[in-house]
Design a protein. Structure first.
Length: 145
């Protein structure tokens, strides 16, 4: 039995609440940069996340033009989805995107508190849009009844 998720299963899993792990090729032969990220995804769309304009990850994404994101469960039966593809950087703060991601991870009340606490960082942020063109997935619970 294949452990690979169907298209619908993998898209639903990625759209569910997980902390993603972003990877982007390192510069000058260095190892890839791999960091946890809050993200947002709706089936059929792009993976989006907000980060600092001058951050190392933004610089590396600009250079590479693509990145990867992995989402996984932390308890058995383990499941994961990894996507990679071209990434574009949208300059300027996007209040709606920041709010959607903050509410996704923290809920409305704590999300608004986070928005207020990080308001000074808004001008220095960008939105990254990762267009998945390659998927890997596994559901280690398949076939276990």
């Amino acid at each position: 039995m294949s452990l690979v998720m169907s298209v619908d299963e993998r898209e639903a899993f990625l759209a569910d609440l997980h902390v993603g792990v972003l990877s982007v090729a390192g510069a000058d032969g260095r190892a890839p940069l791999t960091v946890p990220m809050w993200y947002r995804y709706e089936p059929g769309g792009d993976v989006t996340f907000v980060t600092g304009r001058g951050s190392r990850k933004t610089d590396l994404i600009r250079r590479a033009g693509r990145c990867s994101l992995c989402a996984q469960t932390e308890e058995p039966p383990y499941r994961y989805v990894t996507v990679d593809g071209p990434a574009t950087i949208v300059e300027g703060p996007d209040e709606a995107e920041r709010r959607a991601i903050a509410h996704r991870y923290l809920g409305p009340e704590r999300g608004e508190a986070y928005m207020g606490a990080t308001a000074a960082q808004v001008e220095g942020s960008v939105v990254v849009r990762l267009r998945p063109d390659h998927w890997l997935s596994a559901d280690f619970g398949k076939g276990q009844g």
